[in-house]
Design a binder for this molecule. Structure first.
Ligand code: FHN
Length: 441
C-alpha cells in the first residue's frame, strides 16, 4: 500500500516538474544547462580576453566603419576582398601572443557590419574563401589553433548588415549610399543570420560564446531574439550568449557586456539606460583608438593604462576584453604586441590578485579598487593621494597587511572609522600598489 502511495506521490512530483518546465518553455523562459552555468563561472574567473576586429576593411587602414564613414557603395566595396591577401597570417602566433599577455580567451569578428563573412559560408558567396586571393578560412585556422593550444574562442557576429539586400527596413546606418533597393524581406534576413550562426556553431568545434553587436541600429525592430538564442543554446548548450545592445540583459543571454566603459558608467553616451544585471560581466576597450586596423591611429595605450583598466574592471567584477585590429598582411602591429607582452609580465606577478577574484568588498573609489578571494582582500591603489589611506567598514578582522609582491609588512591601524594603511614611499608602484590583507571572519 505504502509503495503505491509513494509511486503516486512520485508521479505527481514528476508531473509538477514537467508542468513547470513546460510553462517555462511556453513562456520562452530560458533554463541554462549545467555546462552553461559552469562556463559562466569559468568566464567570470577568466578576467582577461583578446578581442580581434579583422576584415577586408583592414586593406583601407581606416577602421571597420570605413564603408559607412567614407560612404562607399556596395559595388565599389565589393572590390576590396580581391586585395585581401594576409599571407603572413599565423594563428599560432596570435594565440601565443594572447596567452603570454595572460589572456584566457579570444573573441574574433566573424562578420562585421560590412556583411563580409570571414569564414567559409555556404549560405553566402560574400566570404573570405570565395572572394579573396587568400582563399582560406581564417576562422577555421584560428579555431583549430585555439583548440590545440587550449584557449577558448568566442565569435563576434554583427546583426547589422550594410550589404545584405534583405536588411530592410534599414536602421540609422548603411543608408542610400550603399545602392541597395529600397525593399527587402526582414524575416529572410533573420533566416540568413540564423543560417550563418548554424554554420559557425557546427563547423568550428566547441565555441565558447556568441558576441552579438548591432541591434542598436534598429532599436524597434523584432530581432526574433528568442528564436536565435534558442538555436544557439540547442546547437551548443555550453556557448555563452551576450549582446552589445547597451541594455540590461535580455532573456536567453548568459553574460552582460559594456563597451568602452566600466559597468554603470556611461562616459561614451552609448548606454544611458543600461542597467546592471546579475550575469557575468565584461567590458571591451581598444588598444589605441580604433577597433579595426587604422593606419593613422597612433594613440597607443601604455602598459600603465592597460593594467589599470584591467584592475579597475576586476574591481567591478568584470572581465576586460582588449581589442587589436590586425593589419591586412595578417600581422598584429608590433607596438601592440610589445605592450601586450608587458601586461602579461605584470600579470605573471600579480595574476593572483586578478584571476578568479570577485570585486569589492568596497566599490571603486578615486584611489583605486579592491578585489577579493577567500580570506584575502587585495587593495589596488592606482592613485596615491595622501600619506595614508583609510578604508571604511570592511566588517572583517584584519590579521595582516603586506605589500603583495615582496610580502613586506604594511603598517595598519584599525579603529571605528575603518582601517588605515601606510605604505612607505619606496614601496609604492606608479602602476598599481597592491596591498594584500589577510582577513579573519
Ligand atoms: O559599431 C561597432 C564597432 O565597430 C565595434 O565593433 C564595437 C565593439 O564593441 N561595437 C560597435 C559599436 O557599438
Amino acid at each position: 500500500m505504502k509503495k503505491i502511495e509513494f509511486t503516486i506521490r512520485n508521479l505527481k512530483l514528476r508531473l509538477a516538474i514537467a508542468f513547470v518546465l513546460m510553462a517555462g518553455i511556453l513562456h520562452g523562459q530560458y533554463n541554462p544547462t549545467d555546462e552553461n552555468l559552469k562556463n559562466r563561472e569559468w568566464f567570470q574567473e577568466a578576467k582577461f580576453g583578446l578581442f580581434i576586429h579583422w576584415g577586408v576593411y583592414s586593406v583601407l587602414g581606416d577602421g571597420e566603419w570605413a564603408m559607412n564613414n567614407q560612404q562607399i557603395p556596395i559595388s565599389a566595396y565589393e572590390k576590396l576582398p580581391s586585395f585581401f591577401n594576409p599571407t603572413e597570417y599565423n594563428p599560432a602566433e596570435w594565440v601565443q601572443m594572447a596567452k603570454s599577455a595572460g589572456m584566457k580567451y579570444i573573441t574574433i569578428t566573424t562578420k562585421h557590419h560590412d556583411g563580409f563573412a570571414m569564414f567559409d559560408s555556404k549560405v553566402s558567396g560574400y566570404n573570405i574563401v570565395k572572394k579573396t586571393p587568400y582563399g582560406k578560412d581564417i576562422l577555421k585556422l584560428l579555431a583549430d589553433e585555439c583548440h590545440r593550444q587550449g584557449i577558448k574562442l568566442f565569435f563576434y557576429h554583427s546583426q547589422l548588415d550594410w550589404h545584405h539586400p534583405d536588411y530592410f527596413p534599414r536602421g540609422f546606418t548603411g543608408g542610400s549610399y550603399t545602392g541597395r533597393k529600397e525593399q527587402g524581406d526582414w524575416n529572410k534576413y533573420l533566416d540568413y543570420m540564423d543560417a550563418q550562426l548554424t554554420e559557425l556553431l557546427t563547423n568550428y568545434g566547441p565555441v565558447a560564446g556568441i558576441w552579438f553587436d548591432g541591434m542598436w541600429d534598429k532599436e524597434k525592430a523584432d530581432w526574433r531574439l528568442q528564436q536565435t538564442y534558442s538555436l544557439i543554446h540547442r546547437l551548443q548548450p555550453g556557448a555563452l550568449v551576450g549582446s552589445n545592445h547597451h541594455l540590461a540583459p535580455i532573456e536567453g543571454e548568459d553574460f552582460q557586456m559594456f563597451e568602452k566603459d566600466l559597468p554603470g558608467h556611461n562616459t561614451t553616451g552609448f548606454a544611458p539606460e543600461q542597467k546592471i544585471g546579475d550575469l557575468p560581466k565584461e567590458t571591451c576597450e581598444t588598444i589605441n583608438n580604433s577597433w579595426g586596423f587604422n593606419l593613422k591611429d597612433n594613440h597607443h595605450k601604455t602598459k600603465k593604462e592597460l593594467v589599470q583598466y584591467l584592475v579597475k574592471a576586476a574591481g567591478y567584477g568584470a572581465n576586460f576584453l582588449l581589442n587589436v585590429g590586425p593589419m591586412p598582411n595578417g600581422k598584429i602591429q608590433p607596438e601592440h604586441q610589445a605592450v601586450l607582452k608587458q601586461v602579461g609580465d605584470w600579470l605573471k606577478v600579480y595574476g593572483e590578485t586578478i584571476y578568479d577574484t570577485q570585486g569589492g568588498p568596497l566599490s571603486a573609489r578615486d584611489w583605486g579598487v579592491m578585489t577579493q578571494k577567500r580570506n584575502k582582500i587585495y587593495v589596488h591603489i592606482l592613485n596615491w593621494q595622501d600619506e595614508a589611506l583609510t578604508i571604511p567598514g570592511l566588517e572583517k578582522k584584519i590579521l595582516s597587511a603586506k605589500i603583495f609582491n615582496d610580502k613586506s609588512p604594511v603598517k595598519f591601524l584599525e579603529n571605528e572609522f575603518g582601517v588605515s594603511l601606510k605604505v612607505a614611499k619606496e614601496k609604492r608602484d606608479e602602476v598599481d600598489t597592491v596591498v594584500e590583507l589577510e582577513v579573519g571572519d
